[in-house]
Ligand binder design. Sequence first.
Ligand code: COA
Length: 185
Amino acid sequence: MFSLPLTDRAALHPLAPWQAAEFADFVARTRTHLAPWLPWAHTVTDTDTARAFLQRYADAQARDAGFIYGIRLDGTLVGGTLFRTFDPTAGVCEIGVWLAPEAEGHGLVTRAAQRMIDWALGERGLARVEWRTVPHNARSQAVARRLGMTRDGVLRAAFPFLGERLDIEVWSLLATEWRPAGARE
Ligand SMILES: CC(C)(COP(=O)(O)OP(=O)(O)OC[C@H]1O[C@@H](n2cnc3c(N)ncnc32)[C@H](O)[C@@H]1OP(=O)(O)O)[C@@H](O)C(=O)NCCC(=O)NCCS
């Protein structure tokens, strides 16, 4: 398995359709934690739906238009990240994240997102990384803030979810604001 170390116990790695059964198990055991925030926590309900979800990202990856990664702690899948969108022509991408409750509070997602931002802005030369969240997701906002992002504004009633239309906050980090890994610490 190719992976990028996040800490001495945690790593970030590509998540692919062949891992559908493991991903389905992860979603099943974390569903109540993820479902208030993530639409796919409602639709990934077994190995087939997990494979279809991962295949969408495999297809997007083949088009250089989206990517999905798993986060492992001591070898166990405890979360993940994705480039929900990735548009090298426009120079814009959007990062999404999730963790099992027992993996929260250790900076795993902040570290993973920093690696992704370094790659998107540094290596791939994109101009802008976006982060979208509903206004009442304080933990998500805290990650965006920790990553040095700025809250651009609110898209009113932009997100149809669980029978409501929710506002969406858009946060961003621009290439002109980004400091490479070596210059951060
Ligand atoms: C959003 C979510 C991924 C944030 O998880 P998180 O654990 O708070 O974020 P991180 O992994 O970056 O960890 C940050 C925490 O670790 C702590 N931490 C420890 N070491 C750290 C380090 N080196 N760097 C950053 N934070 C560190 C921080 O202080 C913070 O703790 P606090 O919450 O007590 O202040 C998680 O709450 C989740 O999965 N929620 C459900 C799904 C969801 O909402 N996804 C986002 C949709 S927009």
